[in-house]
Write a protein that binds this ligand. Structure first.
Ligand code: IVH
Length: 718
């Protein structure tokens, strides 16, 4: 347990302390613990200890009305009832963002930036990628370290004064810097240096408050808090909100701030609009975020910085933003990409309402209505049995949708979805379409309510719904459908990505009895398969090559493929980066794992539980003995691959005849070469396939040698 700098609840109150200084100490302590609890998510004291501090403060303040302060943390209970909201003119326009809908848009955006910047500036380009929070934009004003005004965005020029409501948001600092401004002891100094900061922070741990700070943030509520609130409201026959965003917005625009105070509002801050009276102001978005965090503001840790060289990686990261969304407890509306340097932001300026230096990356969700023909249940890889909508095919955003998820039994019952209903469907990017709700006004009386079947449609085992869970399971470990789904996931994109191995192969090989566990994927009876219909020589050769190549993927892919609870692509990469190989990870305990940045106790426990089971350990041994890679590094000479590309730098572009880009990258790295994202004078070879675009042009201009896949294989001595 860290050293307590606020001794009030550990030692008896010194009799000499005056009530006034006691109030100050208590205020600082309450603020400090609220910050640890709400912002850092890392409380030091129990709820009861905290309540004791809070109540003592409330009592003393009640006894001494002359010592009241609008900045006291007790003020967050709200109470002011506004007649209507006052209008506030923003000190600078609160702009919106232009959208980008895919990799092409992102590349076009970057090209435009580069055209607008002189060459020496292009070299300094870097980007910050942040989640696009789906809440209500707020503008917060601080003067001499005190929160004085907060407003909504309004029309971008004029917003509404919602200060009393914002004061009730627990994570919003009423004074800055939050920690220790009343406490300048050496112990406090020491402690503050020990607070780890996920963003490298060039600023002093003792910032003096700016004379003026105006910043922008997003107020939101988590999905769980939203659901709980709606359930409570429903039980009491009160109004519910349509989604977390509306709930957040509605809660901040209540005229009675004591009601806002009871709403579970949270906040992320992400943009400094005005900063005055600071000696060494941040020069970039990345530094601004670190600075805001230093002052005690909540700043989302899910932010990344990419240099211009890494733009391809940035685009890959964006393409996987659904991963991130799935991991976060609140809703996202896409991602935001910003030019990092503030000087460049200024130079790039605006077009109309949108800054040129930032874009919102989205995958365009769209809705449509169609008929629900049937509800079919599907067994997933964890044994969870989920109801799926069988729909009359309907086009949404250029794609024909004929199936959608219905989540679970309760979802169907709560929304009263009936077979035969006309339903509203939403398709967002590449995620599975979902049924939002039925349109009961279109019923003709023939619609049928639905019930979860009693037995597994595949193996006939009785289905089980554990107490307190929404999901229903087929608990038969030998249910063939489960294994098919596990294999499908294992060989799929994001995991081992085996070319030529899809659902059809998973089903066929499980049904034929070739696959009993995941390791069997690497131990298939090729002679038997070659004799099967549809598996000619070429097909078999390709499939074998695909499986062989997959053995050499970084171990993070294998880890992803195991389908451990809470361990998706991103988590697997974070975890594997912390260990030399999979056996080392298997030996780690919960404490070691939770110490990794980005890994919480839930994930750590899930990993430890998985690897504590003997069959799972045996499975990993089996992988190892079949020659599947256990580490994350590229293969070394010691492993028997020659290094013809040692010291050479490659860039890959276009579509290659037989390899995916990832495979080509692994191939080059296995032979000692390095692969980077963009062509420069330092590039030795451009590996180009069909539809190579600007990179090919650039390589030709710079005189960089261009190879085809065949040439590369030839040079590698194949
Ligand atoms: S930057 C001029 N960053 O998205 C800079 N905006 O369409 C523009 N939003 O309502 C804002 N998360 O408030 C930025 N990480 C983030 C954001 C974000 C959500 C909101 C923004 C506005 C909308 C813009």
């Amino acid at each position: 347990m860290p050293v307590h700098v606020f001794p009030s609840h550990q030692h008896p109150t010194p009799m000499t302390q005056s009530d006034s200084s006691r109030i100050n100490t208590l205020r600082a302590a309450v603020r400090y613990h609220q910050h640890r609890y709400y912002v850092l998510d890392d409380p030091e004291v129990s709820d009861a200890e905290f309540d004791a501090l809070f109540q003592e403060l409330q009592r003393l303040e009640a006894e001494h009305p002359e010592l009241a302060s609008p900045d006291s943390p007790t003020v967050r209970v709200g109470g002011l009832i506004a007649e209507r909201f006052e209008k506030v003119r923003h000190p600078a326009p609160i702009l919106s963002l232009a959208n980008a809908f895919g990799p092409e848009d992102m590349h076009a955006w970057r090209e435009r930036l580069r055209r607008l910047l002189p060459e020496e500036e292009q070299a300094k380009l870097a980007y910050v990628v942040e989640p696009k929070f789906d809440g209500l934009t707020v503008v917060l004003h601080y003067e001499n370290g005190r929160f004085v005004l907060g407003s909504t965005r309004g029309d971008g020029e004029v917003g509404e004064n919602i200060t009393p409501n914002l004061r009730t948001v627990r994570v919003l600092p009423l004074t800055i810097p939050v920690t220790g401004q009343d406490e300048k002891s050496p112990a406090e100094a020491q402690r503050r240096r020990e607070i780890p900061d996920p963003i490298p922070n060039p600023h002093s741990p003792f910032p003096t408050p700016p004379t003026r700070l105006v910043l922008r943030g997003e107020a939101y509520v988590t999905v769980d808090d939203f659901d709980a609130f709606n359930r409570g409201q429903e039980a009491q026959g009160e109004r519910t909100y349509a989604n977390p965003r509306n709930f957040a917005a509605g809660s901040l625009r209540l005229l009675d701030s004591s009601i806002s105070a009871r709403r579970p509002l949270r906040l992320w801050t992400y943009q400094v609009l005005i900063l005055e009276g600071v000696e060494n102001p941040p020069a970039s978005q990345w530094e601004s975020l670190a600075y805001l965090r230093t002052l005690g503001f909540p700043v989302c840790p899910e932010v990344r910085r990419f240099t211009d060289d890494q733009f391809d990686e940035l685009v890959d990261y964006l393409a996987r933003w659904h991963d991130l969304r799935g991991r976060l407890p609140y809703e996202l509306d896409g991602m935001v990409v910003k030019v990092d340097l503030l000087s460049q932001q200024e130079r790039l300026g605006f077009t109309g309402k949108d800054p040129r230096w930032a874009v919102a990356y989205k995958t365009g969700g769209e809705e449509a209505t169609t008929k629900l023909l049937d509800i079919a249940v599907k067994v997933g890889r964890t044994g969870a049995v989920t109801p799926n909508a069988v729909l009359e095919p309907v086009a949404i955003g250029g794609v024909t949708v004929s199936a959608a998820t219905l989540h679970n039994e309760d979802y169907i019952r709560d929304l009263d979805i009936r077979v035969g209903d006309t339903v509203l469907i939403k398709r967002a990017g590449d995620v599975i379409p979902k049924v939002l709700r039925p349109l009961p006004e279109l019923r003709d009386g023939s619609e049928q309510p639905w019930q979860m079947p009693a037995v597994c449609p595949v193996c006939g085992q009785a289905l089980v719904r554990p107490e307190g869970e929404a999901a229903t399971y087929c608990v038969n470990n030998a249910c063939p459908e489960q294994l098919v789904r596990k294999v499908e996931y294992f060989v799929g994109k994001g995991a081992l990505d085996i070319v030529g191995f899809g659902s059809r192969q998973a089903e066929l090989f499980v049904e034929s009895g070739f696959i009993h566990d995941l390791a069997d994927v690497f131990d298939l009876p090729w002679e038997t398969i070659s004799a099967m219909e549809g598996y000619g020589e070429k097909r078999v050769e390709n499939l074998r090559a695909g499986i062989e190549a997959a053995k050499n993927r970084p171990a993070a892919r294998l880890l992803t493929g195991l389908g451990i609870r809470f361990v998706g692509e991103v988590v697997a990469e974070i975890v594997m980066a912390a260990f030399p190989d999979l056996p080392a990870l298997m030996a780690a305990d919960v404490e070691t794992l939770s110490a990794i940045e980005g890994i919480g106790p839930k994930i750590a426990t899930s990993l430890v539980e998985f690897f504590s089971l003997e069959p799972n350990r045996a499975l990993i041994d089996e992988f190892a003995s079949l020659g599947v890679r256990m580490s994350g590094e590229a293969p070394t000479i010691a492993e028997g691959v020659a290094q013809p590309f040692a010291g050479l730098t490659f860039v890959i572009t276009g579509t290659l005849p037989t390899m995916s880009r990832d495979e080509a990258k692994a191939y080059i790295e296995a032979r000692g070469g390095k692969v980077t994202g963009s062509v420069s004078a330092r590039t030795d070879f451009l590996l180009a396939g069909e539809k190579a675009g600007s990179k090919l042009e650039k390589a030709e201009k710079l005189g960089v040698a261009v190879w085809s896949e065949d040439e590369m294989r030839g040079r590698a001595g194949e």
